[in-house]
Ligand binder design. Structure first.
Ligand SMILES: Nc1ncnc2c1ncn2[C@@H]1O[C@H](COP(=O)(O)OP(=O)(O)OP(=O)(O)O)[C@@H](O)[C@H]1O
Ligand SMILES: [Mg+2]
Length: 499
């Protein structure tokens, strides 16, 4: 890609990008949230058209007008947010738009199933082709997306933050799969924020910063610290600076809580804990050990079977979401699209979802747009949401990481008693992660109770004061963060016992 430029209105998103990738290599694309990584790859995949610049494939000048043309050039893409049809089976999704037919235009499912199975065996991407997407874990859905691209003959695979949604176990398998593909001559471009993965699996790495090319390097020649500084243009601290906690009165008290999932299976099985003002409790655990149901119960998104959940001594279990919010609970949810934002609404409207009825934002039932935009612009500046003049922009036009910042800005600015943060740094760049961790600690120091749920053990270790380990629906231990280490927590997370 030579001299690529792209503007969205006044926003010069890509200024002059040169990017080339060699066959059979794994190439990382690194950059801060909003740097232009997805945009660059969307241009390569024909979703956007560059305003200026040229694209060459195998030395030949090409014009990629649409994804269809990209596919003809053997380019496949797996997006940051998957694009599968939930009610279709794996095979139906993979075939979609390129169905094999036999006489009379009938879809030849048998042949398709055979071919998909063959592909999945060839690359070790095992999958049940008859299963529906909605019944599959995210890791499996991603496998479907990759197979879909390979089924269409992709030689170059673009993966936009493929590991952001995977558990540590799935990530290891994923890296192995990618290496197999590269060994087979496939070319892989991978956008990621995880520098350890870049080091572990990528041959080369290109860093872009605010729409400009910084450098392309051999990943072996640089360490994580150096890559991070190139990305953000300054030194990063890595690790969280904080004073010891000074906990005060109890804010959240959970007692003997039992919660079932949609199928009636007990997912939270007698959980008790409390969080006091001025402390951060981290919940560590392997995915699907009840963390999600626990948070859903506290935020009233899911009915509990028995037990009790008290905020400031007041029972909130099985009341209403509005009641939970007015009791002083703020939440940074796990799925930002499903439960954090209204994608069609502007950044300002999203920032005020909870307070738009209050003065000065509304008066006599009428919203005051100026006040709302003013408030949003202030928050956008404080939280470094990019582009800075985003108040009236639909939130769906922000980059993934900047969408997350909008939620964090909203949820911390309304002065909660309890802040629940679920995977708050998923998809964020290292600079933004540092920032979010600082905010969580700041909230703590302001006397808030913070519940941090994360699959990233290092995040829990860095940020939390106390760590509750969840395993199989139970909290198997609550330990002081200062008095433990990753080995001990890792052991507890997988059902082992304390040292
Ligand atoms: N369709 C669009 N309309 C207007 N602006 C857009 C559009 N798509 C992207 N942008 C803007 O382009 C810039 C780059 O966004 P992009 O999604 O490429 O970032 P990114 O590097 O992938 O970030 P992240 O790590 O957060 O995913 C952002 O400022 C974003 O707001
Ligand atoms: Mg992106």
């Amino acid at each position: 890609m030579v001299d690529i430029q792209k503007n969205f209105g006044k926003n010069h998103v890509l200024k002059n990008i040169n990017f080339s990738v060699g066959k059979g290599t794994i190439h990382a694309l690194l950059g801060e949230n909003g740097a232009g990584k997805s945009t660059l790859m969307n241009i390569l995949y024909g979703i956007y058209k560059q305003d200026f610049g040229e694209i060459f494939i195998n030395g030949e000048l090409v014009e990629i007008k649409s994804p269809k043309v990209a596919i003809e050039h053997k380019i496949g893409m797996v997006h940051q947010h998957f694009m599968l049809v939930p009610t279709f089976t794996v095979a139906q999704n993979i075939m979609l738009g390129s169905e094999l037919t036999k006489g009379l235009g009938m879809v030849d499912f048998k042949k398709a199933n055979r071919e998909i199975s063959k592909l999945s065996e060839e690359y070790g991407l095992t999958i049940n082709t008859k299963k529906k997407i909605e019944d599959m874990a995210v890791g499996m859905q991603q496998r479907v997306e990759i197979l879909k691209a390979l089924y269409r003959g992709a030689e170059t695979l673009i993966l936009d933050e493929p590991t952001a949604v995977l558990t540590p176990q799935e990530i290891n398998k994923f890296m192995e799969n990618m290496r197999n593909l590269a060994r087979d001559g496939k070319t892989i471009i991978m956008i990621t924020h995880k520098l350890n993965e870049v080091k572990q699996m990528c041959d080369y790495c290109t860093v872009i910063r605010r729409g400009e090319n910084i450098i392309t390097v051999h990943t072996d020649d640089y360490n994580e610290q150096q890559l991070a500084s190139m990305m953000v243009g300054r030194e990063l601290t890595f690790g969280v600076e904080k004073k010891p906690a000074a906990p005060k009165e109890t804010k959240l008290e959970v007692q003997n809580l039992i919660v079932n999932d949609d199928r009636g299976i007990k997912r939270v099985n007698g959980v008790s804990f409390e969080i006091r003002a001025g402390e951060i409790l981290g919940v560590a655990g392997v995915d699907e050990n009840g963390q999600q149901e626990l948070v859903e119960a506290i935020t009233c998104l899911r009915k509990t079977t028995s037990g009790s959940i008290k905020i400031n001594g007041k029972e909130i279990q099985n009341t209403t979401i509005a009641n939970v919010i007015s009791s002083g609970v703020s939440t940074i949810p796990e799925d930002r699209h499903k439960s954090g934002l209204i994608m069609k609404f502007s950044v300002a409207e999203n920032m005020l979802l909870k307070n738009y009825k209050e003065r000065p934002f509304s008066k006599y039932g009428r919203m005051n747009k100026n006040k709302i935009n003013e408030f949003a612009s202030d928050l956008a500046q404080k939280f470094d949401v990019r582009p800075q003049d985003c108040a009236e922009l639909p939130v769906k036009k922000l980059s993934g990481g900047n969408q997350q910042k909008v939620i964090i800005a909203r949820e911390t600015s309304d002065n909660p008693d309890l802040l629940i943060a679920v995977q708050p740094t998923r998809g964020l760049d290292v600079g933004a992660i540092e920032y979010v961790h600082k905010i969580l600690v700041e909230q703590r120091d302001k006397g808030k109770a913070v519940l941090l749920v994360s699959l990233e053990l290092s995040e829990i270790m860095d940020v939390a004061d106390k760590i509750a380990v969840m395993y199989n629906g139970k909290i198997v231990a609550i330990v002081d963060a200062a008095a433990t280490d990753e080995d001990e927590i890792g052991m507890l997370m997988t059902g082992g016992s304390k040292k």
